[in-house]
Design a binder for this molecule. Structure first.
Ligand code: FAD
Length: 342
């Protein structure tokens, strides 16, 4: 049983089907595409289509675009799922997975299933993280997280703070600063990757790491990929992060030196938590955040696998190409265990 039908869930489905195992993918969305259905309007892949294949069939190039749009990725995932006739049921939301003797009981809004193994591939998009900064309740301007950001137009002429040191913050700052008076704030000093590093290089590094190669991982190169819009923002001199303000006030922010500055909006590009609440009955003592894993298998509940959540579930596992690699290892392990049980 796979919970979640985004890129990671489909990659698992591909290998489960190829291994001839009995499986179903339950997905809460009513359409294929996972989180790619929700990105902001200008969101694109970091790399050309041929560097982002799911197993078996690579992403076709998008006419006239070197870096595919989110819409193109959604089309790819929809076609992929049809091409391999993957057994996806949607919309089905898994409420909880709990132990039931030899099996795991999967309770959903469309009935119950029993499974010998569960692969959770529910992503992070539904669990936006916002740091607990004082004054968040007092601020009378607009606060939104990356998940609710669509385009810079709604901020035209406003004073905006963009918070965060990752790719979402850098890309959103790059476009908002063209139409608004934008300030960039980071919790830690920003780490830019070299200009010539894009998804191609990152996937190469992750591949070597996955193969057990020596040397650093992707994060050693920096946090922010210098995509064209971010490079252009640097040319305009707007890539100048300030350190975090100490609190929000009713009208804006207060800096560490006590100075206050008015703002109309705060955009929290502060990341996500893994979406794992449906697993709480299986993981005693788990509150929020990561789960202890060996490879992709939960250490505490060995019938549970976690796929696609980030580097803690395999090198680059939150990317299309990395999802395929970790899905293969996961299904190989499950098939091996099932053989041992039969
Ligand atoms: P999701 O796509 O979120 O899919 C999870 C699915 O699980 C959803 O369909 C959801 O409905 C379902 N679900 C959730 N909870 C339940 C439940 N309880 N029951 C049933 N179903 C459930 N990735 C790349 O590969 N290349 C890139 O270049 C790239 N660039 C990016 C740039 C930015 C700025 C950002 C923010 C992300 C980028 N990503 C990139 C990452 C990518 O967008 C996500 O990591 C990816 O969509 C995660 O896939 P997933 O399958 O793990 O999760």
């Amino acid at each position: 049983m796979v919970v979640g039908g985004g890129q990671a869930g489909l990659a698992a489905g591909y290998y489960l089907r190829r291994a001839g195992l009995d499986y179903v993918i339950l997905d809460a969305h009513s359409r294929p595409g996972g989180a790619w259905q929700h990105g902001w309007n200008s969101l694109r892949l970091f790399s050309p289509a041929e560097y982002s294949p799911l197993p078996g069939w690579g992403m076709p190039r998008q006419d006239g675009e070197e870096f595919p749009t989110a819409g193109h990725v959604v089309d790819y995932l929809r076609t992929y799922e049809r091409r391999y006739d993957l057994r996806v049921r949607r919309p089905v939301r898994v409420r909880e997975v709990r132990p039931a003797g030899e099996r795991l009981a999967v309770e959903t809004d469309a009935g119950s299933w029993m499974a010998r193994y569960v692969i959770s591939a529910t992503g992070t998009w539904e669990c936006p993280y916002v740091p607990d900064i004082p004054g968040r309740e007092e601020f009378t301007g607009r606060q939104l997280h990356t998940v609710h950001y669509a385009s810079p137009e709604e901020f035209r002429g406003q004073r905006v703070v963009v918070v965060g040191g990752g790719n979402s913050a850098a890309q959103i700052l790059a476009e908002v600063s063209r139409v608004a008076d934008a300030t960039w704030v980071t919790l830690r000093p920003a780490r830019f990757m070299p200009d010539d590093v894009d998804g191609r290089v990152l996937f190469g590094v992750a591949t070597r790491k996955a193969a057990g190669g020596a040397g650093g991982g992707v994060s050693d190169l920096g946090d922010i990929v210098m995509v064209p819009s971010v490079r252009e923002a640097r040319e305009r001199g707007v890539l100048q992060p300030r350190s975090m303000f100490v609190r929000l006030t009713d009208r804006g922010v207060r800096w560490a030196d006590g100075a206050e500055q008015p703002y109309d909006a705060v955009i929290w590009c502060t990341g996500f938590e893994p979406n794992l609440t449906h697993l709480a009955p299986l993981l005693r003592g788990w509150r929020q955040g990561k789960v202890a894993t060996e490879g992709t298998r939960s250490v505490d509940e060995t019938r549970l696998y976690l796929l696609g959540y980030g580097d803690w579930t395999g090198p680059a596992s939150a990317t299309l190409v990395g999802a395929g690699r970790t899905a293969k290892a996961t299904v190989t392990d499950i098939a091996f265990r099932l053989q041992g049980q039969s």
